[in-house]
Design a protein around this ligand. Structure first.
Ligand SMILES: Nc1nc2c(c(=O)[nH]1)N[C@H]1C(S)=C(S)[C@@H](COP(=O)(O)OP(=O)(O)OC[C@H]3O[C@@H](n4cnc5c(=O)[nH]c(N)nc54)[C@H](O)[C@@H]3O)O[C@H]1N2
Ligand SMILES: Nc1nc2c(c(=O)[nH]1)N[C@H]1C(S)=C(S)[C@@H](COP(=O)(O)OP(=O)(O)OC[C@H]3O[C@@H](n4cnc5c(=O)[nH]c(N)nc54)[C@H](O)[C@@H]3O)O[C@H]1N2
Ligand SMILES: [Mo]
Length: 766
């Protein structure tokens, strides 16, 4: 591990730094040779889908596309390390709970199903049948099926997700909190009502045709490295790549492709963004409103800027939006966006020049109180120039987990549409529950208040990924039973209910053999491409079950004769599950045949055909005011004795969500540590502090509860004044449960009002 230091990073994203990091990663996981072979099968037609992110691959049949962080994700799963029963015999759960998140995952792959033994405070081995019987007993003893919640993280395959939602609905509840609730929920919510689809409208081919690509609130150099390849090619063709980000992210500035021999030999690199706007945290709505105001002003002055034909034929609400834009005060836009009027004019004019434009966005947009409104403004911006439903143009929410989009398609959603429930009833002969279930935040509240008593997680790390950490832990600890289907040890396993089970499953890189032979699963990427994923490595242990097998056996144990579904027969051959999927979802007709073709197939997207499945049957312009009464505004009005900052919590280059691979964040120049807060040098001075000082963070929230995160080091950084950035999950104790996005319920982890105090408890380092 590196020693602690802060050192400005001069190189491009990618390049030799990425190659060095990869070889270190493979060594750390003790898998140099096997690792290399495993990497070469990622995203190949006959290999597995990379568990790193949801960015698509050209036809899923490219030559190996190099991605440092994909390698890290694969290596984390293919590690030679094992967390077997000996580990649990050595340590009580209290001892394990005292270890860091990094240490827990670093123990390696879980090998046996384990059950919590309260007498010895240890996890002890249990056989699979007894584990399923235990869960079934708990579930069947509930007064009401709605007292159980069933979480899903986004690596779960379509097959596992489909069986899971079927089982849970037949059991009797729609309590499906999922990682999407904390991620792109606002994107779906915004677009569904506006253009009738809850997914992005573009494909990779559109990226090769666009003249302008606008990127809001995303750090692809770390989180979607393969996206840099597309952006680099676009830049080369002369496409304007316009980034909006409070931070200067290296990957949005320069990139050296490790597969480009010339660049690697000459240490050359390519710029990515042509224009870079340093918007304030949460200032994007104002910025985009400013851009649209500029377009309307030019149109009103007689220039033909808008796509009048598209607006007339396909949309409603234009006049109301135009009037709202005309009435909008520029000063407010400038103050709230943190951008000058000239900057906004410039990008608006660039956008107006482009014949085809794409808008991309990530967590810097979705995790704010006004995220749904911001995303609707993106759609408005696109529609003003007809940039929807034609080649080279459209909306591109860039998803995170590799199958988070597919899980939703399969019905993992706490607010299922009636049509899906009708279909389940018709195909499976049971009456699914109609009442909407709980999302992530509502599930935590339900556990806290004793309304939910069983917590079941299909993957993920609920205890670390969710907001208001200590409240969430109390909520989980109140449960009668917590169950985690999982690959590696994490926080959610040591913050557990009165009874607790760890059910270790196969990862996507592993060979999954069922009665009919080796099985593949399917996933859907961020651009609605569905393809097959086949593991190639032997399983980490002979005692692992696949996720579909776990669901099937759990369903059989819980539902028994009540169910007409032939659960165990279905998982003998996953083609049978896919046939069922085809009988429930029209767009999966002929699923097995279509997914067998190399590259798979694209799901239909009505908005990209200019068919609007909205209430009025048109695409809807929606006007939104610049937010002036956010929690930050309120906190600033209340606290007068010090600066109230807007804190965003983001990912370092060495982590996958709650999985910490290492302590470096190379592109931001941070080594050997994670407890840092990025802050403007003038703000440090204004606080009377010094670069490198240790501070505590405290949330300013109006419910009276104390929320703090202790011992962070100030790092002077190129970030707008009044804004801070620090890593997640360490900062999750600061996010109040009640701080959620309007109309989406997503925790607002990119804009938490906080104050800084000198650290109360000075311990020298992590
Ligand atoms: N290696 C790796 N890959 C991953 C993940 C990982 O943890 N590691 N996670 C996966 C998942 S689940 C997801 S959802 C994605 C996440 O990928 P991203 O969406 O890139 O997520 P973050 O790291 O949270 O970065 C947020 C970015 O938004 C910027 N930002 C913050 N607030 C604002 C704002 O108000 N306005 C604007 N314009 N920008 C803002 C930040 O400076 C930062 O650049 O990545 C996926 N891929
Ligand atoms: N403050 C703050 N909070 C955030 C965010 C933020 O930006 N800031 N981002 C949010 C976002 S975008 C997301 S998506 C969530 C992520 O929330 P989650 O999806 O719940 O968290 P992960 O860290 O991705 O889950 C990692 C765990 O998944 C398990 N796992 C890995 N592979 C598999 C598999 O194949 N099968 C099974 N069953 N288990 C597996 C491993 O045990 C690993 O420990 O966090 C959210 N929380
Ligand atoms: Mo995510």
């Amino acid at each position: 591990m590196s020693e602690q230091r802060i050192e400005f990073y001069k190189g491009p994203a990618g390049g030799w730094g990425a190659l060095r990091s990869v070889s270190r990663t493979l060594l750390r996981q003790d898998i140099p040779v096997k690792g290399a072979r495993t990497m070469l099968s990622a995203n190949q037609p006959d290999g597995f889908d990379c568990p790193g992110c949801a960015w698509p691959d050209r036809n899923h049949a490219s030559s190996f596309e190099f991605c440092e962080n994909g390698v890290k994700a694969v290596a984390a799963e293919a590690t030679a390390r094992r967390a077997g029963p000996e580990l649990f015999a050595r340590h009580t759960v209290t001892e394990l709970a005292a270890q860091s998140d990094f240490w827990l995952e670093d123990q390696g792959r879980l090998t046996h199903p384990m059950v919590y033994d309260a007498d010895s405070d240890r996890y002890v081995p249990i056989d699979w049948a007894a584990a399923f019987a235990l869960i079934a007993r708990h579930l069947n003893a509930l007064d009401d099926p709605n007292q159980a919640v069933f979480y899903t993280s986004g690596r779960t395959s379509n097959e596992a997700a489909f069986l899971y939602q079927l089982f849970v609905r037949e059991f009797g509840t729609n309590n499906f909190p999922d990682c999407s609730n904390m991620c792109h929920e606002p994107s779906g919510s915004a677009m569904r009502s506006q253009i009738g689809v809850a997914k992005g409208t573009v494909t990779l081919d559109d990226f090769t045709l666009a003249d302008a690509i606008l990127i809001f609130g995303q750090n692809p150099g770390t989180n979607h490295p393969r996206m840099l390849g597309e952006l680099r090619a676009a830049h080369k063709r002369g496409t304007r790549v316009i980034s909006f980000n409070p931070l200067r992210e290296r990957g949005l500035e320069r990139f050296a492709d490790p597969q480009d021999k010339r660049e690697m030999a000459t240490l050359g690199s390519m710029p990515i963004s042509t224009h870079y706007l340093r918007v304030r945290n949460g200032g994007d709505l104002a910025a985009v409103k400013g851009m649209m105001k500029r377009l309307i002003e030019r149109e009103d002055a007689g220039e033909p800027i808008l796509d009048r034909a598209f607006i007339a034929e396909h949309t409603i609400g234009f006049e109301a939006l135009a009037d709202d834009l005309r009435a909008q005060d520029w000063e407010e836009i400038v103050v709230e966006s943190g951008l000058s009027r000239e900057q906004i004019h410039q990008v608006a004019d660039l956008y107006a020049e482009a014949q085809r434009a794409i808008v991309c966005w990530g967590m810097g947009i979705t995790q704010h109180a006004h995220s749904v409104a911001t995303i609707q403004m993106f759609t408005n911006l696109l529609m003003l120039r007809g940039n929807l439903g034609r080649p080279g143009a459209g909306a591109c929410p860039v998803r995170g987990h590799s199958n988070v989009q597919g899980d939703r398609t399969m019905g993992i959603w706490e607010k299922p549409p009636a049509a899906l429930l009708d279909r389940l009833r018709d195909v499976f002969g049971f009456e699914p529950p109609r009442a909407h279930g709980w999302d992530v935040v509502e599930s935590i509240e339900a556990m806290r208040d004793g309304h939910a008593r069983v917590f079941f997680a299909m993957g993920g790390n609920f205890a670390a990924a969710t907001p208001d950490t200590y409240q969430t832990w109390k909520a989980l600890q109140r449960c009668e039973l917590t169950v985690n289907v999982t690959t590696k040890l994490n926080r959610s396993h040591v913050v557990h209910g009165k009874a607790a089970l760890l059910l270790p499953c196969l990862g996507r890189t592993e060979i999954d053999v069922q009665a009919a032979g080796p099985q593949g699963v399917t996933v859907e990427d961020s651009m609605s491409m569905v393809h097959l994923s086949m593991g190639i490595n032997p399983p980490a242990s002979g005692d692992l079950l696949s996720e579909p097998a776990i669901v099937a056996r759990l369903a059989a144990a819980t539902l028994g004769d009540r169910s007409r579904v032939r659960w165990l027969w279905l998982v003998e051959d996953y083609d049978r599950i896919r046939d069922l999927i085809a009988s429930v979802f029209d767009e999966f007709t002929d699923f097995n045949a279509r997914v067998a073709r190399p590259g798979g197939f694209r799901l239909r997207n009505t908005a990209s055909e200019r068919i609007w499945e909205t209430e009025p049957g048109k695409a809807c312009f929606v006007a939104h005011p610049v937010p002036r009464d956010t929690p930050l505004h309120r906190a600033r009005a209340r606290v007068r004795d010090t600066i109230v900052f807007s804190l965003q919590t983001l990912r370092s280059h060495d982590q996958y969500n709650t999985t910490i691979y290492g302590m470096d964040d190379r592109y931001r120049g941070v080594y050997g540590q994670r407890r840092v807060v990025f802050i403007h040098a003038d703000d440090i001075r204004a606080l009377g502090m010094r670069d490198g000082d240790w501070i505590d963070l405290q949330t300013v929230w109006d419910d009276g509860a104390q929320r703090s995160a202790e011992r962070f080091r100030l790092v002077a950084y190129d970030i707008p004044r009044g804004c801070l950035a620090a890593y997640y999950p360490e900062t999750n104790p600061l996010v109040p449960l009640s701080a959620v996005a309007a109309n989406a319920g997503t925790p607002t982890s990119k804009s938490i009002p906080v104050v800084l105090r000198p650290a109360a408890n000075l311990v020298s380092s992590e």
